[in-house]
Design a protein around this ligand. Structure first.
Ligand code: HEM
Length: 495
């Protein structure tokens, strides 16, 4: 069972570990602010409050999409590392290698976009990166693809190290996932939820990253020699397998923070149960095969693949989401939880995940997808659960770590202003996208029709509030982490 001690001894970081963790955290908050500023520019341009030439807009959109997804992957890996290292042996070099390869990959991507003018978006959909090589060179496309490969290799290294650690302690990944208790037997109450979630992420995301590696290498071959072509539909399936899995994995890595921290703030144990194990096992299978729900409007796709996408769409994230919502709500109910920044952020994260999943599931339904496909409903739903769900989960851990260093629980008056600002901005921003989707406003458009500008301008105001709040969080976290103080010793649950 997760510890009830607020700042337990086994979470202390050595000086080197601390330096690496801080590098991850500070880079992430800085990158989030920069990418949000780019997002604000794009939304302002869509609302016609400023003008951005279309080719630059697509460069910015490529940077924003890639930067946000990559940064989320990087920081949620740090969340998983922070807790998993308590239960299995992890090698620091693998965690460091992941960060270094992320940095090199990011440099390749930034160079490809701002020096090479690449603008075929984060989904690098074949044959777009090469076919549009009149606007940018094949070389720029190749640097972009290479950047992805480096980031993917870094993550694979980290996962392989974690998988070896899990197998070393539990014998195999099935036992780490808790499959031996699905039908019968007494569940070991000390089997960590972190281990279950990490195992699921490793199995599913390694497959996704490998699918991505295949499509990246084939695209690189095509960039080197455009005469060599591949089946565009197969390439699209592999790309969405990778992209969908990668961004989904960030939720499943980030939710570990909730499992570990929530009981410490409510002061109430959060036991592992059979439904919990069932839900993670089911999601592990479903999440691997759900990606065809992105291709429901690809009529060349074999019918059975679309049917899988449709059916599994309602089953993939739902079990874990349901069991976590139930677990979190019962853990909080009448617990007398103290409202500090980490606890506030965790409750917000649960709300953002819960509410964001509704428009996502609607969009994964063929009858609705026919209307909503490629409208701003799509950025509406994913910004909802990324901005108001996953990001607050990671911020909760970062605030908690600052608390451990300052030997206190955090709740300054500035925090109490920053938090509602973020929530309000987030709601205005995401509902403006969803409302635009309801009106069938097309997504990914540099120039918007005058009829669309109402929601664009409301969205811009929401984005501005978000950026201000995130700027504050980033400064608070960076300063809090970089202040040189040893980690706190063990303390008992704060109530
Ligand atoms: C202040 C915060 C943010 C602002 C202002 C913002 C703004 C935008 C805008 C204007 C678009 C283009 C929408 C369209 O298709 O018409 C976009 C797309 C996107 N955003 Fe954000 N965003 C923000 C935060 C985030 C976060 C936190 C993430 C993920 C962690 C994210 C990930 C993405 C992705 C993946 C795309 C799709 C890119 C594509 O279509 O290729 N954004 N964002």
């Amino acid at each position: 069972m997760a510890t009830m001690t607020l700042y337990p001894d086994d979470e202390r970081l050595s000086a080197t570990e601390r330096a690496v963790f801080d590098l991850y955290a500070v880079s992430a908050v800085v990158l989030f602010v920069l990418m949000m500023l780019i997002g604000l520019l794009m939304r302002t341009a869509q609302g016609n409050w400023m003008s951005i030439p279309p080719d630059l807009f697509y460069q910015l959109l490529s940077m924003h999409g890639t930067g946000m997804v990559g940064t989320m992957g990087m920081i949620t890996t740090a969340v998983m590392w922070f807790f998993l290292r308590k239960y299995v042996k992890l090698h620091l070099w693998a965690f460091v290698a992941n960060f270094v390869l992320f940095l090199f990959g990011a440099l390749c991507i930034i160079g490809a976009i701002f020096v090479g003018n690449y603008g075929a978006l984060w989904t690098f959909l074949y044959p777009l990166p090469v076919a549009l090589a009149k606007t940018w060179s094949n070389g720029a496309a190749a640097w972009f693809l290479l950047g992805y490969l480096l980031i993917g290799v870094g993550m694979l290294l980290f996962y392989l190290d974690a998988a070896l650690g899990l197998i070393g302690r539990f014998g195999n990944l099935g036992r780490a996932l808790g499959l031996q208790w699905l039908l019968s037997g007494d569940i070991d109450p000390d089997h960590p939820k972190t281990v279950v979630a990490s195992t699921m992420v490793i199995i599913a995301n390694v497959l996704g990253i490998l699918a991505g590696a295949v499509v990246l290498v084939l695209s690189l071959v095509s960039a080197a020699n455009p005469e060599i072509t591949f089946n565009a539909l197969v390439m699209k399936n592999l790309t969405y397998w990778f992209g969908h899995m990668y961004i989904n994995a960030t939720i499943y890595m980030a939710v570990i923070a909730l499992y570990e921290l929530l009981p410490r703030y409510t002061g109430r144990p959060y036991p592992i149960t059979r439904p919990f194990l069932w839900s993670w096992a089911a999601s592990c299978v479903f999440v691997i095969v759900v990606f065809p729900h992105h291709l429901l409007m690809d009529y060349a796709q074999p019918r059975w693949v679309s049917i899988i996408g449709q059916v599994v769409s309602h089953g993939a994230g739902f079990p874990v989401f349901l069991v976590t919502t139930w677990g979190v709500l019962t853990n909080i109910h009448r617990s007398g939880m103290r409202w500090t920044m980490p606890s506030r952020l965790m409750v917000l994260a649960m709300f953002g995940w819960a509410a964001g999943i509704v428009p996502a599931m609607l969009d994964g339904t063929i009858a609705i997808n026919r209307v909503m496909h490629n409208t701003q409903w799509v950025p509406g739903h994913f910004h909802f659960y990324l901005l108001l769900g996953v990001l607050p989960m990671t911020l909760a851990l970062l605030y908690h770590v600052i608390g451990s260093r300052e030997q206190t629980t955090l709740d300054s008056s500035a925090d109490r202003v920053g938090f509602p600002l973020y929530l309000l901005g987030g709601l205005i921003f995401t509902f403006a996208f969803l409302d635009a989707g309801r009106m069938s406003v097309a997504r990914r458009m540099a120039t918007h029709l005058p009829e669309w500008r109402g929601t664009d301008q409301v969205g811009t105001i929401g984005a501005l509030l978000l950026v201000l709040a995130m700027l504050y969080f980033a400064m608070r976290i960076a300063i809090g982490l970089l202040r040189v103080k040893p980690d706190a010793g063990p303390r008992h649950a704060a109530r």
